[in-house]
Design a protein around this ligand. Structure first.
Ligand SMILES: [Fe+2]
Length: 223
């Protein structure tokens, strides 16, 4: 008998947390007096903030509707948090637009400080929101939906993402999980995924996970 059902949140949330921690660290050490470095950090932020936005979109459109009938109030609160996060994202994107074309070093430094401050506020909200989801809708999804339904939802999300974009998500997920989670994930994929897909995941994992951890994982999944 299967003891735990498919978890639609933990892996992806860990990936998003890694992404947020990394961005915060890059942002607070970035040299906005340099035009080149400013442009570089702007493009990294645009890309990564796009992933954070995309994730909320998947939850709003694919996961939440599946639990909404049973838990309308819970989902309403989480949807409102998504709206607040979306507003904070818009403010960040406006600053990125200003920074992108700013040629004066002094103004870039000022915008850089503002960006840091607002990113920290955004990150705090996003981190808090993910914990909130894990203590509410994660449990609700496993309570109301069968494992087949949960897997079907995951597949719908995966098929909505173009393959090259999915590789970016996979990369972040593989980097962000612990060994026990990785062994569970790869073993499940070994059983459920078509062989070429599984082989592709293994070759990605081999490149991303540091060799000492990978050796331990390989032993457990017999790959
Ligand atoms: Fe969310």
């Amino acid at each position: 008998m299967q003891l735990t059902k498919t978890d639609l949140f933990t892996f992806i949330h860990k990936a998003l947390r890694s992404l947020i921690y990394g961005l915060g660290s890059k942002l607070q050490t970035a040299d906005f007096s340099s035009e080149l470095e400013s442009k570089n950090i702007v493009s990294i932020l645009r890309h990564d903030l796009g992933l954070l936005h995309e994730h909320a979109d998947h939850e709003d459109n694919i996961i939440f509707p599946e639990v909404k009938n049973e838990e309308p109030e819970m989902i309403k609160v989480l949807e409102n948090e998504h709206i607040e996060i979306g507003e904070k994202l818009n403010v960040l994107n406006n600053i990125l637009d200003l920074l992108q074309n700013e040629t004066e070093s002094k103004i870039r430094l000022k915008l850089g400080n503002e960006l840091n401050f607002l990113f920290n506020d955004f990150a705090a909200s996003y981190l808090n929101h993910m914990n909130h989801e894990e203590s509410t809708v994660l449990e609700a999804s496993q309570k109301y939906l069968s494992d087949e339904e949960l897997i079907a939802i995951r597949t719908r999300i995966q098929t909505k993402i173009p393959p090259e974009r999915y590789r970016i998500w996979l990369d972040w997920m593989l980097r962000s999980a612990n060994i026990t989670e990785l062994i569970g994930l790869l073993n499940a994929m070994k059983i459920n995924a078509p062989k070429p897909v599984f082989d592709n995941i293994i070759s990605t994992a081999e490149k991303i996970i540091e060799p000492s951890r990978w050796e331990l994982i390989k032993e457990k999944i017999g790959s």
